[in-house]
Ligand binder design. Structure first.
Ligand SMILES: C[S@@+](CC[C@H](N)C(=O)[O-])C[C@H]1O[C@@H](n2cnc3c(N)ncnc32)[C@H](O)[C@@H]1O
Length: 405
C-alpha cells in the first residue's frame, strides 16, 4: 500500500508567508487560555507550515490566525497521481482512521486544493475522494453523503510536499475555507487588498499597537485598518460555531467562545484617502466590521487627505488624544497601474510615487510597509527599502517592501 497516515496541522499562505505565519501563530498561542508550546514547524516551500497536530493549537489557529489562507488537518497521503490507485490507497487507510466522525449519518463535502500535477481533472479527483470516504465510512457503520451547503465535515484533497516527494494529501478543513474571506467587507474599492495580505503587511511593519500610531494614507475600502484593529486586540476571525467541527471528537471540550487575546489595547489607527467615494466605502466596511461608534471614536480616525500634503502635524491634529506623538508606522498599498493606472497614465503614477516619497520623508523615525505591484515604485519613491519580499495579491504579482525614514 502506498498510503500513509499523517497527523499534521497544515497552515497554507501566499508565497513567502511562512515566517510571518509562524510568528503570528506563536504569538496567538502564547496569549491563549492553553498551556501549550508551539513546536517548530516543518516547512513545505515558502508558503506552508506543518505542525504535529494538537487540537488546542489547531483551535487557536482556526479561530484567530489572520495571515494564513487555509488551515487543515492532514489525515493521510498517497503517492498516487491517478484515480484508481488513489481510491485503492485511500479506502483502507481511511477505514481504520478513528479520528473520523462516528455514525449513524454524516454530511460532508470535498474541496480540491492545488492539484495541477494530478493526472485527472479536479472534478474527477473530488469524485474519487468522495467515493473513498463514503466507502471507508460505510465500513465503520456510518452512512455518509455529500452536502455542500451544510456539511458536518469538509474534507480537502491537494497535491503537496517537496518537489522531489509530492503526494496526494487528504485532510479535514479546519479554518472555514478560504480565510481571506472574513465576512465583513460590504463595499470594495477598485483594487482591494486581500485581508490575509493586509495582515501580513501589518506584521511586517512590526507595528506595536500599544505605543505607535498606524497610518494607511491610501485606505481604499479599509482592508488594512480593519485588519490592524483586529490584530491589535487579537480579535477572532472565526467563531467555533461556524466551523465544521461539531462531529470531530478531537475538538470536544474546547472553548465555544473566542475572547480578544489582547483585550484593552488602545490602538491609534488613521485611515486616509484622497478620494471622497472611498470614504463612504471605508465607513460602510468599518461599520460592517463593528469598528464604528463611540468605542472607536478615538482609536480609528478617517479623513479625506492627499498623501502628497501629509505632515506629522496633520496626523497629530487627527489624533488629539495623543500627547507627544511617537513615530509610528505607515502601511500602504499604493495604486500600481495594472488596474488603476490605465486612466492615470504611467507618468502621473510615477510622479505620485515620487511625491509620496517626499511627503513621507517628513516623518523622521517612522517606518513604512508597502505592498507594491509596480516594478518602478522603488526608483520613483526615492527611499531604499530595508526589506524586499515577493508576494502576490490574487493573480497580481508584487512585493512587500519596508522602509525606515
Ligand atoms: C490600491 S488602492 C488601495 C486599496 C486598499 N488597500 C483596499 O484594500 O481597498 C489605492 C488607493 O490609493 C488612493 N489614492 C490614489 N492617489 C492618492 C493620493 N494622492 N492621496 C491619497 N490617496 C490616494 C486611491 O483612491 C485608492 O483608494
Amino acid at each position: 500500500m502506498n498510503a500513509r497516515r499523517c497527523d499534521d496541522l497544515r497552515l497554507t499562505g501566499s508565497g513567502g508567508a511562512n515566517r510571518v505565519m509562524e510568528a503570528e501563530l506563536k504569538r496567538l498561542v502564547m496569549r491563549s487560555a492553553f498551556d501549550v508550546r508551539v513546536p517548530n514547524p516543518k516547512r513545505e516551500g515558502d508558503e506552508t507550515l506543518l505542525y504535529p497536530f494538537d487540537a488546542r493549537v489547531a483551535w487557536v489557529a482556526a479561530c484567530y490566525h489572520r495571515t494564513s489562507s487555509r488551515i487543515s488537518w492532514d489525515l493521510c497521503s498517497s503517492a498516487a497521481v491517478r484515480l484508481e490507485p488513489l481510491f485503492e490507497d485511500l479506502v483502507p487507510v481511511l477505514s481504520s482512521d478513528d479520528r473520523l466522525p462516528g455514525g449513524p449519518e454524516l454530511r460532508f463535502s470535498v474541496e480540491v486544493g492545488a492539484a495541477s500535477d494530478f493526472e485527472a481533472s479536479p472534478l474527477q479527483l473530488r469524485g474519487v475522494v468522495k467515493n473513498a470516504i463514503v466507502e471507508a465510512l460505510a465500513s465503520r457503520g456510518v452512512t455518509a453523503d455529500i452536502d455542500s451547503e451544510a456539511p458536518d465535515v469538509v474534507f480537502i484533497v491537494r497535491r503537496a510536499g517537496t518537489p522531489e516527494a509530492r503526494r496526494t494529501v487528504v485532510g479535514i478543513d479546519l479554518g472555514g475555507s478560504s480565510r481571506h474571506r472574513r465576512g465583513a467587507r460590504v463595499a470594495t474599492g477598485l483594487a482591494p487588498l486581500r485581508e490575509t495580505l493586509a495582515a501580513q503587511l501589518i506584521m511586517l511593519s512590526r507595528w506595536d499597537a500599544r505605543t505607535e500610531p498606524l497610518v494607511d494614507p491610501m485606505t481604499g475600502s479599509a482592508t488594512i485598518p480593519i485588519e490592524a484593529a483586529g490584530l491589535a486586540v487579537g480579535a477572532a476571525i472565526r467563531h467555533p460555531s461556524e466551523l465544521p467541527w461539531r462531529r470531530l471528537a478531537a475538538f470536544e471540550g474546547l472553548p465555544g467562545e473566542t475572547p480578544d487575546l489582547f483585550p484593552g489595547t488602545a490602538a491609534k489607527i488613521v485611515a486616509l484617502d484622497a478620494d471622497g467615494e472611498c470614504i463612504k466605502a471605508m465607513v460602510g466596511n468599518l461599520r460592517a466590521a463593528g469598528l464604528t461608534g463611540a468605542a472607536f471614536d478615538q482609536s480609528i480616525v478617517i479623513g479625506q487627505q492627499d498623501v502628497r500634503r501629509l505632515t506629522p502635524e496633520r496626523i497629530e491634529a487627527l489624533l488629539p488624544e495623543v500627547r507627544d506623538m511617537r513615530p509610528g508606522v505607515f502601511c500602504i498599498n499604493p495604486p500600481y497601474g495594472v488596474r488603476i493606472g490605465g486612466e492615470r497614465g504611467e507618468h502621473e503614477l510615477l510622479d505620485l510615487y515620487d511625491d509620496m516619497g517626499r511627503a513621507l520623508a517628513r516623518f523622521s523615525g517612522w517606518r513604512a510597509a508597502c505592498f507594491v505591484a509596480n516594478p518602478k515604485f522603488v526608483y520613483a519613491f526615492g527611499h531604499h527599502p530595508t526589506m524586499t519580499k515577493p508576494a502576490s495579491n490574487a493573480n497580481l504579482r508584487g512585493h512587500f517592501l519596508t522602509f525606515q525614514f
